[in-house]
Write a protein that binds this ligand. Structure first.
Ligand code: ATP
Ligand code: MG
Length: 240
């Protein structure tokens, strides 16, 4: 078993309209690491995450959990790599919240009882069990975001990719999500503008700008480097 969760070499990707979103990105993340991916709007954070479960395919090497991200590995990748999309409406498609959260476990060949248990537990973890029988599209944005996170938690993937998980969450939900993520043993890569999330959860930070990684190091050093943060449209993490 490889000791890294993510190994990407010289990844390049241009959208069909020609926009170059990734321009030779190289990154290795060890198993069990929690890494914050920060950078200004349009830096390529979401585009990068979409390459790690094969939803986008660029040029270069992309390997996750010891597997090249190629079609032959998609079934295993889908079970072991959980991506929470930036927009929860990209994640939720079932008639009820419960069905959405049960969908992943259901397709992992688990018993009906285990599927129910996992779905309930994941909904409980994000404080949305009370909404299990509601329609996802009737929920508020923050509620939909929490359910979207639950759909991925329920699968207990080895690698969690979170795109702006705290966006739209109220302060209490945000705090409890940060605490919950901190207890998970899995590898986490979290793209975020929430500097307090980054500082509280991650020991390592990676700064992206214009499709490239421009800094990579200890979160407590990078996220408090005012010159670095300002140069890339960010602000230093603070306890305020
Ligand atoms: N479907 C698309 N077609 C064309 N260009 C796109 C598409 N999606 C994103 N882009 C462009 O690719 C670049 C990277 O976008 P991406 O969404 O990855 O940035 P991001 O770092 O996630 O930004 P944000 O902080 O706003 O979420 C941007 O210039 C964006 O305009
Ligand atoms: Mg994004």
């Amino acid at each position: 078993m490889s000791d890294w969760a993510i190994r990407v070499r010289e990844l390049r990707y241009a959208y069909p309209d020609g926009r170059e979103a990734l321009r030779g990105l190289t990154l290795t993340v060890a198993r069990g690491e929690k890494v914050a991916l920060v950078g200004p709007n349009g830096a390529g954070k979401s585009t990068f995450l979409l390459h790690l479960n094969g939803l986008l395919r660029g040029e270069g090497v992309v390997e996750v959990l010891g597997m090249p991200v190629v079609e032959a590995n998609f079934p295993r990748l889908r079970a072991q790599v959980g991506l929470v999309f930036q927009d929860p409406d990209d994640q939720l498609f079932s008639p009820t919240v419960f069905d959405d959260v049960a969908f992943g476990p259901l397709h992992m060949g688990l018993s009906a009882e285990e599927v129910r248990r996992r779905a309930r537990q994941a909904l409980e973890a994000v404080g949305m069990l009370h909404a299990a029988h509601r329609m996802p599209h009737h929920l508020s944005l923050g509620e939909r975001k929490r359910v979207a996170i639950a759909t991925v938690l329920a699968m207990r993937p080895e690698l969690l990719l979170l795109d702006e998980p705290t966006a739209g969450l109220d302060p209490r939900a945000r705090r409890s999500l940060i605490a919950l993520l901190g207890t998970l043993p899995q590898t986490i890569l979290v793209a975020t503008h929430d500097m307090r999330l980054a500082a509280a959860l991650c020991r390592r930070a990676v700064v992206m700008d214009e499709g490239l990684i421009v800094a990579d190091g200890p979160a407590d050093r990078l996220l408090t480097d005012a010159a670095l943060m300002e140069a890339h449209g960010l602000e230093v993490a603070c306890e305020c």
